[in-house]
Write a protein that binds this ligand. Structure first.
Ligand code: HEC
Length: 129
């Protein structure tokens, strides 16, 4: 006899429940990703400086690749803001080469002197803006 078929259940309920669960999980996952994504992931919106001095343009590119992740737009992120820092360039250079606290050191292989000079020129240009 077909006893297993006699259990009453609305048609398609199982599939709907699975779909709802998947949708809820997906929504939760997306919300989690959105909440965890650091706000500084985007490219630096610094169009105003592009097209100026070639060294500044190089510095902007190097900064975006090496520093922007922790100092978004040279403002505070994981690291403190740099624009409003009163540190002289020789001290910034020393900090970049030796690292400090959570800030990693950059060797000349990772960031050569031309690139570091360009970053400093870029920071100067940002401050003068
Ligand atoms: C992994 C994250 C990280 C990266 C990448 C990074 N920094 Fe930092 N930076 C930090 C942290 C954290 C501090 C604070 C260090 C402390 O004082 O203990 C800091 C501090 C600084 C300061 C001192 C600011 C002040 O006045 O207190 C300067 C200048 C600086 N960073 C420049 C740079 C430059 C230029 C680059 C790219 C070449 C860079 N940082 C890349 C994390 C980072």
């Amino acid at each position: 006899m077909t006893t297993s078929r006699s259990r009453p259940r609305p048609a398609g309920f199982g599939r709907l429940a699975v779909r709802m669960t998947a949708l809820t999980a997906l929504t939760a996952a997306l919300a989690l990703v959105a909440a965890c994504a650091p706000a500084f992931r985007g490219p630096p919106p610094l169009e105003a400086l592009v097209g100026t001095d070639a060294q500044v343009v190089l510095g902007e590119r190097v900064f975006a690749a090496a520093c922007h992740g922790c100092h978004p737009n040279a403002l505070a992120g994981l690291g403190p803001g740099i624009i409003d820092s009163r540190r002289p360039n020789w001290l910034i250079r020393l900090q970049v080469r030796t690292g400090l606290g959570a800030m990693p050191a950059f060797s000349t292989a990772e960031l050569d002197d031309v690139e570091l000079d360009a970053v400093l020129a870029y920071l100067d240009a940002l401050r003068e803006r």
